[in-house]
Design a protein around this ligand. Structure first.
Ligand SMILES: C[S@@+](CC[C@H](N)C(=O)[O-])C[C@H]1O[C@@H](n2cnc3c(N)ncnc32)[C@H](O)[C@@H]1O
Length: 262
């Protein structure tokens, strides 16, 4: 759930930071690599056959967060442009990379890492951050050549109004009430998602150049799969519980030792 003032990923590079706890999301980004490469090749080829190769390209990652994942998608795109230009002996375009997230995001860490990206790549790269919600206009009309986003679009713009108005929580502690209200809750969230995603597409349609590409990935499940079978998220919960359990075990071990010594 997102709002401009609300939660953000854990900042910095510490043990509990998003930077050090986002390997599952990074695996998802790696699965997007061939899609981003294909989008670049596709876009560049369609331009080649039509008119001149673009001299400037603007690429945005929406919901970039912080840590290594923030640069992963734009780096893949940059590499794909570089390879395409080498293969077809084209002069590489100047590339502008824009990283978006909510204003509370840890952009300080992102900016520090951006400098290394700028130094390590061959095409001339300009880099900037674009704080704001992707449920609003972020870029000028007809300016973007490629939009990427990973594991972010499942964040809604707000909780469904029907539920907040009637004080219905997404997850009721009482199992009977929860089961009874499940269809209402599911439908309310599905409706909010449809509304938000439609708005997202309309906004990006204004911001993309004609023929521009989008590569998006988001967490979801087919509606016929019930929660208990949605193993991907349970895997994360299982990892967290196992770390907590091992910490509790160490704590009791420490207490036992201390008690014996005393
Ligand atoms: C799970 S993180 C994914 C980060 C990164 N793309 C990755 O794959 O690791 C989701 C990110 O989306 C951002 N986000 C959520 N709603 C947003 C919105 N409306 N506009 C911009 N960013 C948003 C969050 O702040 C968060 O950093």
């Amino acid at each position: 759930m997102a709002s401009n003032q609300m939660v953000r990923m854990n900042q910095g590079q510490g043990e509990t930071s998003y930077a050090r706890n986002s390997s599952i999301q990074n695996a998802q980004q790696n699965r997007m690599k061939p899609l981003i490469e294909a989008a670049i090749v596709d876009f560049c080829s369609s331009i080649n056959t039509g008119s001149l190769f673009p001299r400037k390209m603007l690429i945005a990652d929406l919901g970039c967060s912080s840590g290594p994942n923030a640069l992963a998608l734009v780096s893949i795109a940059l590499e794909a442009i570089h390879n395409h230009c080498l293969q077809f002996q084209q002069t590489p375009p100047e590339v502008c990379l824009l990283l978006n997230d909510l204003p509370e995001n840890d952009f300080n860490t992102v900016v520090k890492n951006l400098v290394t990206l700028r130094q390590s790549n061959k095409p001339l790269v300009m880099i900037g951050v674009a704080p704001g919600s992707f449920y609003e206009r972020l870029f000028t009309s007809g300016s973007l050549h490629l939009v990427c986003s990973s594991s972010s679009l499942q964040w809604l713009s707000k909780a469904p109004e029907h539920l907040t108005r009637n004080q219905i929580p997404a997850y009721d502690i009482d199992e009977h009430t929860r089961r009874e209200r499940l269809p209402i809750v599911l439908e309310a969230y599905a409706q909010q998602f449809r509304k938000d995603f439609t708005l997202f597409l309309k906004l990006r349609a204004k911001e993309l150049v004609s023929g521009g590409r989008m590569v998006l990935s988001l967490i979801g499940r087919p509606s016929y799969i019930i929660d208990s079978e949605f193993f991907h998220l349970w895997e994360i919960v299982a990892q967290i519980l196992s770390v907590m359990a091992s910490e509790v075990r160490s704590f009791f071990f420490f207490l036992a030792q201390h008690f014996i010594i005393c």
